[in-house]
Design a protein around this ligand. Structure first.
Ligand code: OAD
Length: 251
């Protein structure tokens, strides 16, 4: 027996021609990746992420910031996509879907999603601090950032506080939500700009907004449908209902 909200959400998605799925850290929580505003656990509990995730923090203590990201990268590499990520992949098989994520963990790609916009970059990629030369195959467990051939410190290819998002990524995400019929907002506190404005932009351009989150957020009041619960539980149910309406994928 599904809830009326779930049925309404499935009806709405099943009629859509263009779906954007906007995700935050909550979609990776059930893969064991701490959300950004959960209390930092263990050895990192005494540090404030908003001090570590900044260019100033990196220059002030490159080793500390490097070790924090190395710890998070190892968490990510050991994690697996959860049923929420996989449900989004299955949705793509029955409807045109673009994933716009604030997450840097690469789990949507590992789940099989094919059209992903990483608004905040990736913890699995690197470039050098001064010239943005890309750096591949950076080994784990280094105690300090390696140096680029140009002599600059190598850093994770993630967007830090006080930094701008990749312009192409933000531009495309904005255009997509303006054209979308439905925007699924999953697992984000809706606090960090400019990503947090995307659901508002979608709404102004006529999209239906469906939010999936155990807790209400600033986005909940603008949402047409609010589904309260964890993504890993609700998304598989929702996508199954959509498949029942539009037919199982052929491949
Ligand atoms: P937050 O940690 O701010 O919010 C996580 C959201 O996920 C909260 O609203 C939780 O209620 C929700 N949540 C928790 N468990 C969930 C579950 N199982 N299923 C669904 N939702 C769940 O993370 P973000 O909103 O992603 O930016 O944070 C946005 C940005 O703030 C991050 O990308 C990062 C940070 O500054 C950068 O790194 C640039």
């Amino acid at each position: 027996m599904t809830s009326p909200c779930m049925d309404r959400a499935a009806d709405t998605i099943a009629c859509a021609e263009r779906v954007v799925v906007l995700t935050g850290a909550g979609v990776s929580k059930e893969s064991g990746i701490p959300t950004f505003r959960d209390a930092q656990t263990g050895l990192w509990a005494k540090y404030n992420p908003e001090e570590l995730a900044t260019p100033q923090g990196f220059l002030k203590d490159p080793q500390l910031v490097w070790q924090w990201y190395d710890y998070r990268r190892r968490l990510v590499m050991e994690a697996l996509p959860n049923p929420g990520h996989l449900a989004i992949y299955h949705l793509e098989k029955v409807l045109p879907v673009v994933v716009v994520t604030q997450n840097v963990d690469g789990l949507h790609k590992r789940a099989g999603s094919s059209d992903i916009i990483e608004l905040h970059g990736s913890i699995l990629r690197f470039f050098c601090f001064d010239e943005h030369h890309s750096a591949d195959n950076v080994e784990c467990n280094l105690q300090a950032p390696p140096l680029c051939a140009c002599g600059s410190l190598i850093r994770p290819a993630v967007v830090w506080f006080n930094e701008t998002l990749p312009p192409d990524a933000l531009q495309r995400a904005s255009e997509l939500v303006m054209q979308a019929d439905v925007v699924l907002v999953i697992g984000t506190s809706g606090l960090v700009q400019p990503a947090a404005s995307l659901p508002w932009t979608a709404k102004r351009h006529g999209a239906k907004v469906i939010e999936v989150n155990p807790d209400r957020t600033p986005i909940s009041d603008l949402s047409d449908i609010f589904l309260a619960g964890p993504a890993g539980v609700l998304l598989p149910q929702l996508v199954q209902l959509v498949e029942d309406r539009v037919g199982k994928p052929t491949s």
